[in-house]
Design a protein around this ligand. Structure first.
Ligand SMILES: [Zn+2]
Length: 307
């Protein structure tokens, strides 16, 4: 067990909260990936959070980060990535009941053109189409895990944006899922109007890039465009929004951090498997919370938590 650092404030990262067995689009791959917390587990996690930690709003957190204000003991920040519809429909009613503030990192393409799936969604939608057609024998489940977690998925992400298409076509050929038969993932994300209404309910909206491509894979011009358009869009949704970013998949390096600062952001969050002190405001670690009630106790005790 680690000793709690006096200047450490844990940042919790969630993606999706779904009723058990609920078969939403992409939910199969996201469950395998560890991105789904089941609704009843989440409810219990929030009860534990209420006992053990004290969620604060983004503005308070940033004031603390700048050294301008103190935070209550046991403060934490609760964040959600990607703007899935279940944030509004499943998680927010529970968070509102507890009175917890929440920060939502959303990308432009996913919310502004929800009918146009982003690159990682196309990848998972192809795998999911194959899975739903397969006979679900144990060999298939092993293959599903391999496809979601394996080297091919990582290679696809690294190859984006230019060469990703080749990987995707090859995946479709191999799994017998031609591109024109991939089902739409249109109702997975909150659209722009829904996000605006969330801002009205006190959810702090922040940027998750333009189309969720890994920022480390981009040349400097594309990188600046992703960051600037993402920030402008968040400000269009809420002119009082703080200029804060979560790196898609947590992927960042020094060059990306410098571009983020140059684009006018004041802080950026990564996802790291272990608890570390922030390495400056542009690489703040977050705990990705797994589908396990005790994960919150572990965070409160300063233990390593990962999905
Ligand atoms: Zn994301």
């Amino acid at each position: 067990m680690m000793i709690r650092q006096p200047r450490y404030v844990p940042v919790l990262c969630f993606h999706r909260v779904l009723p058990a067995e609920f078969d939403a689009p992409l939910a199969t791959c996201h469950r395998v990936r560890g991105l789904v917390v089941e609704q009843e587990v989440f409810r219990e996690q929030m009860r534990r959070l209420d006992h053990l930690l004290q969620p604060v709003g983004l503005k308070e957190y940033l004031a603390w980060l700048r050294g301008e204000a103190a935070l209550p003991p046991n403060a934490c920040l609760v964040t959600f990535d990607d703007g899935f519809r279940d944030l509004q429909e499943v998680a927010l009613p529970i968070l509102a009941e507890m009175g917890f503030p929440v920060t939502a990192f959303v990308s432009v393409l996913q919310s502004e053109q929800p009918q146009r799936a982003g690159p990682i969604d196309l990848w998972f939608a192809t795998i999911e189409a194959w899975w739903h057609r397969s006979s679900k024998r144990s060999g298939h489940r092993r293959r599903l895990k391999e496809l979601v977690h394996g080297e091919w998925s990582r290679a696809y992400l690294r190859a984006l944006p230019e060469d990703g298409k080749d990987h995707l076509e090859r995946l479709g050929r191999e799994l017998g899922v031609p591109a024109d038969t991939i089902p739409s993932v249109g109702d997975v994300y909150l659209d722009t109007a829904a996000l605006r209404s969330l801002a009205g309910y006190g959810v702090d909206l922040a940027s998750h890039g333009w189309d969720h491509v890994l920022l480390t894979t981009l040349g400097s011009r594309e990188l600046a465009a992703q960051l600037e358009s993402g920030l402008a869009w968040i400000r269009m949704l809420n002119p009082r929004a703080d200029p804060v970013l979560a790196y898609p998949n947590g992927s960042n390096d020094r060059r990306v951090q410098q571009a983020v600062e140059a684009a006018g952001f004041c802080a950026a969050f990564s996802v790291l498997p272990k608890k570390t002190l922030p390495d400056g405001p542009f690489a703040i670690p977050r705990y990705c919370i797994p589908n396990r009630i005790t994960a919150i106790d572990e965070v409160a005790e300063g233990m390593e938590v990962r999905i």
